[in-house]
Write a protein that binds this ligand. Structure first.
Ligand code: PLP
Length: 387
């Protein structure tokens, strides 16, 4: 049996999204900016997809969404253009973020330190969250941007974004959230959250890879990261990937349609898997279930090296992760586990299991059996586990 439990790394393409994309990969391949009919015949689908997208996150209109190639680009854009627009000009000097952001935020911020950007990185508590009080204490007149993720990619924990954005705004600072792991799993309403910028990526909600977006509230000023042919009103140049945009919009609409299912079926399967893990001695899971997106478990299994567990599971046809996919080729401990205060030994035993609406009960039962077998085998040969 093949069981895919690595949906926070990427997801299967929704069959409806695939069907919607097909004409734009084959006969309707025109460039939407061309004046001839090959170009113009893409316009209705493109307009429809942009409308579908802004409706899905409750933005005010489709001009508030700019298409990018991925969330890494969206995150780089917000951080780097904040530097160009506010910090390099001497207007402000500081960016506030957290210790558990994805590298697309963390590494970009670290890079900008070379150019004099001051960083405040808020530590997280044992659940992997920051509190509104922490942000309130860190704020000041010098803050150019606050960037806090909506849901963490490893723990699945959901940050109190609405409250945090309100605090940033009290100081006149714009607020960005990386919502990559939230869209399609929980309702995301940009007007209710009142964020200025929100990043997303299609391949995390059963859309195609290589396409994402940035919501920009009221089309406020954010200098382009990619200059060129003035696509998307000059805000992000590059020929539009019509198939990708159409696939992304359909995938998000489908995921939103299945939100109740996500909250019942996926949550029930996740909880079943989690309860089975917790029946094993010396296993712990990060964060309370009700404050997590419904699909994610970050467990630590004492005495079981995460990579060894992955290989055992892989042999049994099960895909899981020890942390974010970007770091998984390096034999390193899970940085998020370390950020929440786990010691290095425990951080080496991280196992992330992330489900989707396409997982079945039979798959979860199979995974439970194989995980239990692997724990038994690996603990028997472990030098660090007291038998
Ligand atoms: C929270 C978060 N932000 C950003 C990204 C980067 O997304 P993309 O693959 O679209 O660049 C990821 C991918 O794992 C993520 O989990």
């Amino acid at each position: 049996m093949r069981v895919y439990l690595d949906n926070n790394a990427t997801t299967m393409l929704d069959p409806e999204a695939y069907e919607a994309m097909k004409p734009f990969l084959t006969e309707k391949y025109g460039n939407p900016n061309s004046l001839h009919q090959f170009g113009s015949e893409t316009h209705p689908a493109l307009r429809g997809a942009l409308d579908e997208l802004y409706t899905a996150i409750n933005a005010k209109d489709s001009d508030d969404i700019i298409i990018t190639s991925c969330a890494t680009e969206s995150n780089n854009w917000v951080i780097k253009s904040t530097y160009f627009d506010k910090i390099a000009t001497g207007e402000k000097s500081r960016i506030i973020t957290t210790a558990v952001e994805h590298p697309a935020i963390a590494a970009t911020c670290q890079f900008l330190k070379n150019f004099g950007v001051k960083l405040t990185i808020l530590d997280v508590n044992e659940e992997g969250l920051i509190t509104p009080e922490q942000l309130r204490e860190a704020m000041g007149d010098d803050v150019a941007l606050v960037s806090v993720m909506l849901a963490n990619n490893e723990t699945g924990m959901i940050f109190p974004i609405k409250e945090l954005a309100k605090i940033a705004h009290e100081w006149g600072a714009p607020f960005h959230t990386d919502a990559v792991q939230a869209l399609g799993k929980i309702p995301v309403n940009v007007q209710d959250l009142d964020v200025d910028f929100l990043s997303f990526s299609a391949h995390k909600f059963h859309g195609p890879k290589g396409i994402g977006g940035l919501y920009i509230k009221d089309s406020q000023k954010l200098s382009p990261l990619l200059h060129g042919g003035e696509h998307m009103g000059g805000r992000r140049s590059g020929t539009l990937d019509v198939a990708g945009i159409v696939g992304m919009a359909r995938a998000l609409t489908m995921s939103n349609k299945f939100l109740d299912f996500e909250n019942s079926h996926v949550r029930r399967l996740r909880d079943k898997l989690e309860n089975a893990l917790l029946e094993i001695d010396d296993v712990s899971v990060v964060g309370s279930k009700d404050r997590r997106v419904p699909n994610t478990i970050l467990a630590s299994i004492k005495g079981v090296e995460g990579e060894a567990m992955l290989w055992d599971l892989n042999r049994a046809g099960i895909a899981a992760s020890t942390g974010s996919a970007c770091a998984s080729e390096a034999l390193e401990s899970n940085p998020i586990m370390e950020a929440i205060g786990a010691d290095k030994d425990l951080a080496h035993t991280a196992l992330r299991l992330s489900l989707s609406r396409f997982n079945t009960e039979e798959e979860i039962d199979y995974a439970i059996g194989e995980i239990k077998k692997a724990v038994k085998r690996l603990r028997a040969i472990s030098s660090t586990f007291a038998h």
